[in-house]
Write a protein that binds this ligand. Structure first.
Ligand code: FAD
Length: 387
């Protein structure tokens, strides 16, 4: 049986094989963001294809998840940067922006001439406690004044457009109320960028800091309704978690491919290690969990297409896929033995890249909190339990 690919998967695979694959080892080694490949990828129409036709996409959400999986096979860092611009920035502008904001920002994001990022995480209070952020905005005259800092922001070192999540001064302690999001452009007075941060993995995706010191933005820079940014974020986070998980699906599929092909060709004690039951057990376990994962992902895909609420389901996929991805990369290293530990072999890199999945986009602990809360709501509404 051969793998059945959709037309878009075939096209993306061809594109990546020609443009990214030949340089992927070197750019990872050197920690370089492949800007030219990025621009070409978007120019070819793949980067933000989930957006509706009027904004230059094809509106095919499922097709976009498949595109994510194809990039995930080759380089998780490149995939992260693509989605940070298209999904974290583009999707939020599309969802919350005024007509003028959409006209100003979406065309450049879709054709890849501009790069976007989305900045929530504060260095002081961290990423998990989103509503506790210490980046504040104040209204003065017809402007908002932003003060604070952001860290670990994907694409910040190369971005043209920044979504900054802040809290309205005076709403401290008000939880979900008081959040304000702004679109700020590179070069805005009062906004400076730190040096790119050095990382364990995802080395082709630039990550950085943003400093805001009396950064004045016009009222037209407000994204969405004043005071509602944390509520809006809850909605878009589900889509983001599901979209980013699609990248991991591609990576795990590729890991299985590597494990099986390598085990079939590596002879130890006179026969391929694929014939040893202890090796088969590793492949069977990862393969079985992966099949269940893919089946469950279908639940999320259906909800995405129907536009249904999927807070619990997106968190479950994010939690379990992160753990499976890391386990798959770990077992792949074990199957490759000493070669697996060498940077020359891709599994070493995938292992380092996969580690981020338990941290970025909400840690595994936070996903568990979300799932527990959703389950509690679900079960508390059911009639009695036989306790
Ligand atoms: C490569 C990379 C790219 C990133 N890109 C972006 C980006 O584009 N935009 C952006 O805004 N952020 C980005 N982040 C930040 C990321 O979202 C945060 O790192 C993440 O949300 C965790 O926040 P933190 O690092 O501040 O950890 P903390 O929030 O300080 O958490 C520390 C530890 O405590 C645990 N913890 C926290 N609260 C609880 C609790 N209630 N119960 C149990 N355990 C808890 C956490 O799970 C974690 O293990 C990125 C991070 C990385 C590493």
């Amino acid at each position: 049986m051969t793998e059945k690919l959709t037309l878009v998967q075939e096209q993306v695979r061809k594109f990546l094989a020609a443009e990214l694959l030949p340089i992927v080892d070197q750019i990872n080694e050197d920690g370089i963001f492949p800007e030219k490949v990025y621009r070409n990828f978007f120019k070819a129409g793949f980067g933000a294809s989930f957006l509706p036709e009027e904004w230059g996409g094809d509106g095919d959400i499922l097709g976009y998840l498949d595109i994510g999986a194809e990039i995930g096979r080759i380089d998780l860092g490149f995939a992260l940067s693509v989605m940070a611009s298209a999904v974290l920035f583009g999707k939020n502008v599309h969802l919350l922006g005024t007509d003028a904001q959409k006209k100003q920002y979406l065309p450049g994001i879709v054709d890849g001439s501009k790069i976007g990022c989305w900045a929530l995480t504060d260095p002081t209070t961290g990423g998990s406690d989103a509503v506790g952020i210490q980046t504040f905005c104040e209204k003065k005259g017809g402007q908002y004044i932003l003060n604070g800092a952001k860290t670990f922001i994907t694409n910040a070192p190369v971005a043209d457009y920044f979504i900054i999540i802040s809290r309205m001064k005076g709403t401290e302690g008000k939880g979900i109320e008081g959040g304000c999001a702004f679109v700020v452009e590179r070069g805005a007075a009062g906004m400076t960028l730190g040096k790119p941060l050095k990382k364990m993995g995802h080395r082709t995706s630039p990550t950085g800091e943003i400093f805001l010191e009396n950064c004045a933005v016009p009222a037209s820079a407000l994204l969405g309704t004043e005071g509602r940014a944390f509520l809006d974020m809850k909605k878009s986070l589900d889509f983001e978690r599901a979209a980013f998980s699609a990248i991991g699906i591609g990576a795990i599929d590729e890991l299985l491919n590597i494990m099986i092909k390598y085990a079939a060709m590596r002879n130890v004690f006179g026969k391929p290690i694929l014939e040893y039951q202890l090796i088969q057990e590793k492949i069977a376990q990862i393969g079985a969990e992966f099949d269940v994962m893919k089946a469950y992902t279908q639940v999320v895909r259906d909800k995405m297409v129907k536009g249904e609420r999927m807070t619990k389901e997106a968190a479950i996929v994010k939690l379990l896929l992160s753990k499976l991805g890391l386990k798959a990369a770990d077992e792949a290293i074990q199957i490759l033995g000493g070669y697996g530990y060498m940077t020359e072999y891709r599994v070493e890199r995938i292992y380092r890249d996969m580690r981020l999945y338990e941290i970025g986009g909400g840690t595994s602990e936070i996903q568990k909190l979300v799932i527990a809360k959703e389950l509690a709501k679900e079960y508390m509404n059911r009639p009695g339990a036989l306790i």
